[in-house]
Design a protein around this ligand. Structure first.
Ligand code: WQD
Length: 335
């Protein structure tokens, strides 16, 4: 079985490629390298000992996609490619609507033309907005508070309309909570080029003395210690969730959405303290004002993904902290 992975040199994409190869699938990666490096392809080969095909290009380019589908017999697609910075989407919404929507519609058109109707789509817990209660179930109301999240919500609607127009499609929508950590080898991980938006990569850069101090955005939330609570999931667990989703769509038609989270909520201070403890390193921080758009708490009810996909997370917060730092240290050694 040959799986096309768009955005396959990215953080979650690369970890998913490793798990796909190790599960016996053939993998074809397309990526425009706008937020990742081509060296990741070699790292995937090094980890798995297997070959992986890579084509540099953009899903927005229909002729590029037609070339790939003509050359490779694709059985299913996992679609990661897209812009994903919440803050940037607020300051530049048209860039996000144009890129994320246009590239996805183009991909779906070409899949249709080549009668490839099996898709795993990378969505986000951000489609739940500020949840009325916790933990969050897939049946909760959907609403978004930023253009990035809105692109995900619109695409989920496009996929449902597509399935309703042609029941030969088989689509799994995966709503990620907060992926962190890295592959145990330290060869692939999260490596933002500039100042990180997200918590863990920022903590890693402070611990590595690349950045001075972590700003904790508010400690007056309605949470156990006042700092924001999130459902952090190890990126390898998240990648394995995609294997479960591929198995599902290869065996039956339909469309459904699944939360990929652990069901456990951790506060910012709990993450900082766990990171310091397991890595025996100091993380300087100071409390500053809240970040606009942040919510108090967000964590999943993982029971539906367990029931329908047989998905269960294995790694805890300490693994996530050890593996995130291990990648950063190894990456620094190698560069
Ligand atoms: C986590 C917690 C912050 C940075 C975002 C996107 C979401 C998904 C995951 C794509 C919050 C606090 C953070 C910092 C801090 N991405 N924080 N100082 O905002 O939950 O989710 O990434 O799908 O769509 O919204 O993740 O890591 O930015 O923040 O105090 O420097 O850490 O306030 O409580 P978030 P995050």
């Amino acid at each position: 079985m040959k799986i096309l992975v768009t955005g396959g040199t990215g953080y979650i994409g690369s970890h998913t490629c490793v798990e796909l190869i190790e599960s016996g699938y053939e993998v074809v990666i397309i990526d425009n390298l706008s937020n990742s490096k081509i060296e990741v392809v070699e790292r995937i080969k090094e980890i798995t000992g297997k070959d992986v095909k890579f084509y540099e290009g953009d899903c927005i380019d229909k002729s590029f996609l037609i070339k790939i589908f003509s050359k490779e017999k694709i059985d299913a697609v996992i679609h990661f490619a897209g812009f994903k910075a919440v803050g940037e989407s607020v300051s530049n919404p048209l860039k996000y609507y144009r890129n994320n929507l246009d590239s996805t519609i183009t991909l779906l058109e070409v899949m249709n033309e080549f009668n490839c109707k099996k898709l795993v789509f990378s969505s986000s817990a951000t489609v739940y907005g500020k949840p009325k209660s916790l933990p969050i179930k897939e049946t909760f109301p959907l609403s978004t508070t930023n253009p990035y999240g809105t692109t995900k919500l619109i695409i989920e609607g496009i996929l449902r309309d597509l399935y309703n127009s042609d029941n030969n499609w088989s689509i799994a929508i995966l709503r990620y909570f907060n992926p962190i950590g890295a592959h145990k080898s330290g060869l692939i991980g999260e490596n933002p080029n500039d100042i990180p938006n997200n918590l863990m990569p920022y903590i890693v850069k402070v611990a590595s003395k690349e950045l001075e101090c972590l700003n904790i955005f508010g400690n007056d939330y309605n949470t156990k210690d006042g700092t924001g609570v999130r459902d952090y999931i190890h990126v390898v667990d998240l990648a394995k969730g995609h294997i479960k989703a591929i198995e599902k769509i290869l065996n039956e038609n339909g469309i459904d959405a699944y939360n990929l989270g652990t069901g456990n909520g951790y506060s910012v201070l709990e993450i900082v303290n766990a990171f310091q403890k397991v890595n025996n390193v100091k993380v300087n921080y100071k409390i500053v004002e809240r970040r606009k758009g942040d919510i108090d708490a967000c964590y999943a009810d993982p029971s539906y993904a367990k029931e329908k996909l047989g998905f269960k997370t294995k790694y805890g917060i300490e693994d996530m902290c050890i593996d995130a730092y291990n990648f950063a240290k190894k990456f620094k050694e190698d560069n």
